[in-house]
Design a protein around this ligand. Structure first.
Ligand SMILES: CC(C)(COP(=O)(O)OP(=O)(O)OC[C@H]1O[C@@H](n2cnc3c(N)ncnc32)[C@H](O)[C@@H]1OP(=O)(O)O)[C@@H](O)C(=O)NCCC(=O)NCCS
Length: 158
């Protein structure tokens, strides 16, 4: 896998702390997502924030912080018995600020979420991504994730 565009050292992973997201992080979350996707989805993130940052013991919205500056986020939850699966942690979204990437921050966020999944009783972590999303594929592969036992089916609705 090629696609590495290493940036100047800006945020060393060892200096990053992970904490639960707060309402005041919402604008940064929207900005980070806009930076990555080119789409601004304020009401979508407000809705997702209400779900994942509600304090529910199996839902997590975490922020990576350097000093007082949020530099990334990860979102996920433990889901049980979907498609007959025992409790599993689902990574719903991950994002690291563009100029802070490739310094281990994504890994710090992923590890922090997995630790919470384990504590909540999950034995597996899952996610879903587009087949051609090479950077995120490379990232999840680097975390030891492989094809799982489920497949996605879909049909175009007329
Ligand atoms: C995916 C993402 C979160 C990774 O964050 P990061 O802080 O750069 O990740 P890390 O530094 O911990 O990288 C860990 C490993 O992932 C792989 N990886 C990460 N970025 C990569 C890239 N651009 N090219 C190739 N491999 C990459 C590498 O194996 C890397 O290990 P290495 O640095 O020892 O080679 C970040 O690129 C990002 O926010 N992307 C945009 C948002 C996005 O697409 N989110 C997914 C949809 S929810």
């Amino acid at each position: 896998m090629a696609i590495v565009h290493r940036k100047a050292e800006t945020v060393p992973a060892a200096e990053v702390a992970v904490r639960p997201a707060e309402a005041s992080d919402l604008a940064t979350i929207v900005a980070l997502d806009t930076e990555a996707t080119g789409l601004s989805k304020a009401s979508y993130w407000k809705d997702r924030f209400a779900w994942y940052a509600s304090g529910h013991k199996e839902r997590f919205f975490l922020i990576a912080e350097h000093g007082k500056e949020p530099v990334g986020f990860i979102v996920g939850e433990v889901r049980a018995w979907e498609f007959g699966s025992p409790p599993a942690g689902w990574v719903f979204a991950i994002n690291v600020k563009d100029d802070a990437r490739l310094h281990g921050l994504g890994t710090v966020l992923f590890d922090a979420l997995c630790a919470r999944f384990r504590k909540a009783g999950a034995k597996t972590v899952r996610t879903m991504l587009a087949k051609d999303a090479q950077v995120i594929m490379s990232f999840f592969r680097s975390q030891g994730m492989m094809a799982g036992p489920f497949i996605e089916l879909e049909k175009r609705l007329a």
